[in-house]
Design a protein around this ligand. Structure first.
Ligand code: SF4
Length: 298
């Protein structure tokens, strides 16, 4: 059994709450030349396909994003989600302006910020702590793997100790931490993937996002895939590894995601992942069969 995002939302907000993907107009050190210019090997340039345009103000973006999902969200409360690129990679004054506007919106019940562990200065964490005293602040860290060889291959750009320190400092500031990991990275065995989940489980983080590796057109990963340097997982293999990851994390850790949301337009492999309904139904059926869940897994 595990704790799902729905459990967390019911407890914290009294029901399901939708995330609104917002754009802060950031880049990231793996793209702007600070650490590299080609980005992480799998990255197409941020992961916010549905994010609003950064030229709009935060309030305008919230209204536009709300209009897309309002019909599904009777409670009218939302999480402001700064998802694409590295959303703490900028002057603190700019971060303060953006995040304060989001937190101050009456329909926003929490702020979620996707970032890198090496882009969390003490000054940034101080700001997040301050905002967290107004509304809950979640920080989402893209760890992907604990294995140095894979981290080097994907060009993550920071060592594991930087992640450890970021989680420690965020938790000391009372911030809710979610860690992203990828299942199916080239060269990783199922045991290596499970070790990453276990490590995240022991890290002090509150939540985990488990994502399937998507090979996207235009990335260097796609070039390696097309050159036959690795293969992607089949659905059944994915679920088997996913289940082992769930078994390795503590039951109180919230599972925010059980698969990925890759761009269908750019998807090269695995093509089965484009049929989201089938993927979710198969995960649900497996989890029920293997006693990992009572109701719905998602
Ligand atoms: S995955 Fe994140 S850190 Fe890596 S290149 Fe893309 S935006 Fe930058």
């Amino acid at each position: 059994m595990y704790r799902s995002l729905n459990d967390e939302m019911r407890e914290k907000f009294g029901g399901k709450v939708y995330k609104l993907a917002l754009e802060g107009g950031f880049t990231c050190p793996n793209r702007d030349g600070t650490l590299g210019s080609r980005g992480c090997i799998f990255c197409l340039g941020g992961s916010g396909d549905f994010a609003e345009k950064p030229c709009d103000s935060v309030a305008e973006q919230i209204e536009k994003a709300k209009a897309r999902v309002a019909h599904k969200n009777p409670c009218g409360k939302y999480i402001a989600y700064f998802q694409s690129y590295t959303n703490t990679y900028g002057p603190v004054s700019r971060l303060r302006e953006l995040f304060t506007e989001a937190v101050g919106h009456p329909d926003i019940c929490a702020l979620s910020i996707g970032t890198r562990p090496d882009c969390l200065s003490d000054e940034v964490i101080k700001l997040l702590k301050e905002l967290n005293s107004q509304k809950p602040v979640w920080v989402e860290l893209g760890l992907q793997t604990i294995h140095p060889k894979t981290a080097e291959y994907i060009r993550r750009g920071y060592p594991l100790e930087v992640f450890d320190s970021a989680v420690e400092r965020l938790k000391a500031a009372g911030i809710y931490v979610i860690v992203h990991m990828i299942i199916g990275l080239p060269g990783e065995t199922p045991e290596m993937v499970a070790e990453t989940a276990e490590y995240i489980g022991k890290s002090g983080a509150d939540g985990i996002k488990l994502q399937l590796l998507h090979v996207l057109r235009g990335t260097d990963l796609a070039a390696d895939y097309e050159a036959g340097l690795f293969r992607t997982l089949e659905l059944e293999e994915y679920i088997e590894i996913l289940e082992e990851c769930i078994r390795r994390i503590p039951p109180e850790m919230t599972v925010h995601r059980l698969t990925g949301d890759g761009s269908k337009k750019h998807l090269v492999a695995p093509l089965w992942s484009a049929d989201k309904k089938r993927v979710l139904n198969t995960i649900n059926a497996s989890f029920k069969r293997d006693n990992l869940v009572q109701g719905s897994a998602l």
